[in-house]
Design a protein around this ligand. Structure first.
Ligand code: SF4
Length: 215
């Protein structure tokens, strides 16, 4: 099978699997750019179900950047304590809200890459926000996405690892609607291509997976 064909079959099979098995989360339904951006910060280094558990209460209390900016930091820390890293996370939320209010009049800047000025907001958050909020075809990978790409495409462990993962991701992403494809990868990495004991026997892309034939 040629490279191009492999990408399209893997893409289609993952999207089909996702149609049947998608996880429902409130941040996948909202059109609020504020909630989409803040959720990406909440989702860093924690599992989605933790964010799901506090999502409604959090956004009932913090309706906009002003609410976060005005919040007492201890109280904000308590509200997100269950996610872990609450000191660091609350500082990022405060700095982000302060910048958006003081420099952008309370509106998220049109160029999401400006967000990287905030200490603690890495490229992942800016690119994930651009994808999920603005429908941009951006490249980003968390541990789940990374693991799938590494296993399927046999990425060598060297200094160019991230670059090589992004190259494969670039080929794999659909031309439009990359948002749903990223959700498919995230759910697939969590449910099927798990870190321990991946469910290769029921995997819809095992025929195209390097790991499957070599492990
Ligand atoms: S065959 Fe196994 S390792 Fe390969 S993508 Fe599927 S679950 Fe992951």
């Amino acid at each position: 099978m040629t490279g191009e064909k492999k990408y399209s079959v893997v893409r289609e099979n993952l999207l089909e699997w996702y149609d049947e098995n998608k996880r429902e989360y409130p941040w996948r339904k909202t059109t609020s750019l504020f909630q989409i951006l803040i959720t990406e910060i909440l989702l860093q280094k924690t599992i989605a179900s933790n964010v799901n558990n506090l999502y409604d209460d959090f956004f009932k209390k913090y309706k906009d950047f002003t609410a976060i900016n005005n919040a007492n930091i201890k109280s904000l820390q308590l509200d997100i304590k269950s996610l872990g890293l609450s000191n660091k996370r609350s500082k990022i939320l405060k700095s982000l809200s302060e910048m958006i209010i003081s420099k952008f009049n309370g509106k998220i800047p049109e160029d999401p890459m400006v967000l990287k000025e905030i200490n603690g907001i890495a490229e992942y958050v800016s690119n994930a926000y651009a994808c999920f909020g603005l429908n941009h075809r951006t490249l980003f990978h968390d541990v789940n996405i990374k693991r799938i790409i590494e296993r399927v495409f046999k990425i060598p462990i060297n200094t160019k690892r991230n670059e090589l993962i992004n190259e494969q991701l670039y080929m794999l992403l659909p031309d439009d609607d990359s948002k749903h494809f990223y959700w498919a990868l995230l759910d697939f990495g969590s449910n099927i291509c798990a870190k321990k004991n991946p469910k290769c026997q029921i995997c819809p892309i095992s025929d195209y997976c390097h790991y499957f034939f070599t492990s």
